[in-house]
Write a new protein. Structure first.
Length: 38
């Protein structure tokens, strides 16, 4: 991995992690709502 792009890659990885966390949280909220649906 070239040194000059390490910062960009680090930022991309953080954005990817945040997106995955938001996706998982949204998925759990969806399951929760479906589970308590009357």
């Amino acid at each position: 991995m070239p040194n000059n792009s390490s910062m960009k890659n680090n930022t991309d990885n953080k954005i990817e992690q945040v997106g995955m966390i938001r996706f998982i949280l949204g998925f759990f909220v969806y399951l929760y709502r479906v589970a308590i649906k009357p």
